[in-house]
Design a protein around this ligand. Structure first.
Ligand code: AMP
Ligand code: MN
Ligand code: MN
Length: 334
């Protein structure tokens, strides 16, 4: 199966492919709070490399979220570097800078890093960098690599990669799902990906406590006159319902669905008292740029950052950043 209509290998891929072919062991690395794109991409490439006789270690300083435990290989990630060879290559995927991988991977030197990503403003932090900002998911890029490596796309690989695509496109609903992305999805279904199971897990299965927190977050949401719909989930709220951080996936999307909302934002209090912020745009305002003002990043319509507490200060900084970009959009539209 080809990843797209042509058998040409895109420019940035050459070095990465050469490295994948010539080195013998790889450590798959995910960003913090891993999602379907980063885990699906990592497991798919891991399976492909193992089929070529390579050593593969999945390093994850987090738990695999419950709704992604159906993924092949999802019981294999380890929190230590046990078994990692001195010359192992670290494959960082789905992140624009190395620090998104968390403290445990800060020590990894550039010379040992492959960076495969689709975020705007990727820092090219690896020795080998393959970044395609036009792709909806890192999984699309990985599909091209798997095919170029000459590995056949097995049902397991296809399920991992379709999970990546479905996660980052909201089941092909968001604007990043263009005809190319949908075609890749179709080819993955033809290769045996279990689309129904993926959607059931990602979009139709929620914990009871997670639904309760969603209800509270919607109940306490605010809508500003200029179209910012935001809410806050504190550690106390999570504790009250016995909910987990991963239960909050849908909240920011539900806030954006409000008809008068241009930008939605959710502040999630982290264990250290800082706030992880998620932002979504209806399409006019660049929330990636707003996130960048706060030291984060992402995509035009979906972005995030971590902002220091206390809550009042974090909220003020967040609203100010969004309004900078709203003003920029208003100027551009004049
Ligand atoms: P989320 O709101 O967590 O679903 O993230 C939306 C998008 O923003 C994803 O592409 C993330 O990779 C990106 N993102 C979230 N948090 C950060 C951060 N602290 N720094 C950079 N990018 C982020
Ligand atoms: Mn991701
Ligand atoms: Mn992604």
């Amino acid at each position: 199966m080809k990843s797209n209509g042509s058998s040409e290998v895109p420019e940035g891929a050459k070095g990465v492919l050469e490295c994948l072919r010539s080195k013998r062991q790889f450590v798959m690395c995910a960003h913090e709070k891993p999602d379907g794109d980063v885990l699906g991409s990592g497991f798919a490439l891991g399976i492909a490399l193992k089929s070529l006789g390579k050593g593969v270690v999945y390093f994850l300083d987090d738990d695999v979220p419950n709704n992604l435990r159906f993924l092949p290989e999802s019981d294999l990630p380890q929190r230590t570097f046990q078994g990692v060879a001195d010359d192992a290559i670290f494959v960082f995927m789905d992140m624009s800078d190395q620090w998104r991988a968390g403290k445990a991977l800060e020590w990894v030197p550039r010379e040992r890093i492959i960076n495969i990503d689709h975020h705007l403003g990727n820092q090219r932090f690896g020795r080998w960098n393959y970044v395609m900002e036009s792709e909806a998911a890192t999984g699309s890029i990985v599909l091209g690599l798997v095919v170029a490596l000459g590995v056949s796309v097995t049902p397991d690989i296809a399920t991992c990669l379709l999970t990546a695509l479905i996660s980052d496109t909201g089941c092909f609903m968001y604007s990043n799902a263009d005809p190319h992305t949908v075609r890749l999805g179709a080819s993955l279904m033809e290769a045996g990906a279990d689309k129904d199971r993926i959607n059931e897990q990602l979009y139709q299965t929620r914990t009871f406590s997670g639904q309760k927190v969603l209800g509270r977050a919607l109940d306490t949401a605010m809508l500003t006159d200029d179209g910012i719909c935001y809410s806050v989930v504190t550690r106390a709220m999570l504790a009250e319902f016995g909910a987990a951080y991963e239960d909050l996936e849908d909240v920011v999307g539900a806030l954006r669905a409000v008809d008068k909302c241009e930008v939605s934002a959710l502040l999630k209090e982290a264990p250290d008292g800082a706030f992880r912020v998620s932002m979504r745009s209806r399409g006019r305002v660049n929330v990636m740029a707003a996130a960048a003002l706060l030291g984060g990043g992402g995509h035009f319509r979906a972005a995030g950052a971590t902002v220091a507490g206390p809550l009042d200060a974090a909220l003020a900084a967040l609203l100010a950043a969004i309004r900078v970009e709203m003003a920029a959009e208003a100027r551009a539209g004049q």
